[in-house]
Design a protein around this ligand. Structure first.
Ligand SMILES: [Mn+2]
Length: 365
């Protein structure tokens, strides 16, 4: 039986622009620790081979120390490591893949033509190809067929299955089915695909090993797989992320926001990055975001609160009043009723809240 690890899309040295500079720097350091966790896991489960499907670096001008850390950590893995550069870390004369001396157990694919490496003691062949430019408009799998020689055929590749645009190695399921591969280890898509089949070939994306924004939510990690003597592939998801991005929408109609939050949150959130959006209906002041931020201090690694609640009907009802307040509410209500998008409605809601606070000489916080 062959045991492999499959990881991709580390995007080392990502800028983390949505965080404060110090936190962004800490996050970049932490992403390098992901490599160490990968190496430790490989040793722990005695992986026979490690497959890295590109976008290890976020850009082609990664810090030299990051590249050195990658080389060092991959070199510490007691198994052969295969790396197929992707669109963010494409192989070229200026790339860290060309500039550094890589340890003996690390094989980096450097050509857009598929190359094959035999692992005779494992009855396995590992195939792979590289992005050699920012874009790869033709399929790297085109024309490839693994021989039916009873060996286990793995391929490591960065590519876009079922792509709507042809810039990132567009692959089709028909092509994968024709490849004759036992397992196609892909990178590029940042969420884990789980085990997928095309013909007799199993393929998968592990997703990125840790989220980098609120578009990469929840548990993130790598895939651990086995191929038995009959060529049957099994996959297990291994969480690797230290921190998770979570996005929560919370209806606070007739509820205290803090209470509703306490009910919805898991006990441990201090390592994680949360975006919490309040929905439903509230009174004229809306949700007290500064007060909540203070009450929740220290509970999260990073917290974003958003008030998307609507103003309750009883507040609008005062539009009938023959006062400045009534006139103000009537005008806004007309605009609200004519609003075409949720953004417009949000803007009108905010205007109503600020206006009512101003009319009452009340501080919105
Ligand atoms: Mn990519």
């Amino acid at each position: 039986m062959l045991r492999f690890l499959h990881a991709a899309d580390f995007h080392l040295d990502s800028p983390f622009r949505s965080l404060a500079p110090e936190q962004a720097a800490a996050r970049r350091r932490e992403s390098r620790e992901l490599l160490e966790r990968l190496a430790r896991h490989a040793a722990q489960v005695q992986a026979d081979v490690v497959l890295l499907s590109g976008d290890l670096f976020d850009s082609d001008n990664a810090y030299r120390e990051t590249a050195e850390a990658l080389a060092r950590t991959l070199g510490s893995i007691p198994a052969p490591v295969f790396l197929a550069p992707g669109n963010h870390d494409w192989y070229g004369p200026g790339s860290p893949y060309a500039a550094l001396d890589w340890p003996e157990n690390v094989r980096i694919f450097r050509s857009s033509a598929v190359e094959s490496v035999e692992l005779p003691e494992r009855n396995t062949v590992v195939h792979g190809a590289a992005f050699t430019a920012l874009e790869q408009t033709g399929s790297l799998l085109e024309g490839f067929t693994a021989p039916a020689d009873g060996k286990c055929h793995l391929m490591v590749l960065h590519g876009d299955v079922g792509a709507s645009e042809a810039r990132y190695d567009p692959l089709t399921e028909e092509e994968i089915a024709r490849s004759g591969l036992t397992y196609l280890a892909l990178g590029h898509i940042h969420s884990c695909s789980g085990l997928r089949r095309a013909g007799a070939t199993v393929w998968a994306y592990p997703g990125c090993p840790e989220g980098r924004g609120f578009d990469e939510l929840g548990d993130k990690g790598i895939l651990e797989g086995t191929v038995d003597d009959r060529g049957t592939v099994a996959l297990t998801f291994v969480p690797l992320a230290r921190r998770r991005y979570e996005s929560l929408r919370l209806d606070v109609t007739d509820r205290q926001p803090l209470e509703a939050l306490e009910e919805a949150l898991p006990p441990q959130t201090a390592s994680d990055l949360y975006r919490i959006t309040f929905t439903g209906e509230t009174g004229e002041a809306g949700v007290d975001l500064p007060g909540l931020t203070e009450a929740l201090a220290g509970r999260f690694y990073h917290l974003e609160l958003r008030d998307e609640t609507r103003i309750r009907e009883d507040v609008w009802a005062r539009a009938q009043e023959d006062t400045l307040r009534g006139a103000f509410l009537r005008r806004l209500r007309l605009r609200w009723d004519g609003a075409q998008t949720e953004e417009e409605r949000q803007a009108i809601t905010a205007a109503a809240r600020f206006g009512l606070a101003a009319l009452d000489n009340r501080d919105l916080g």
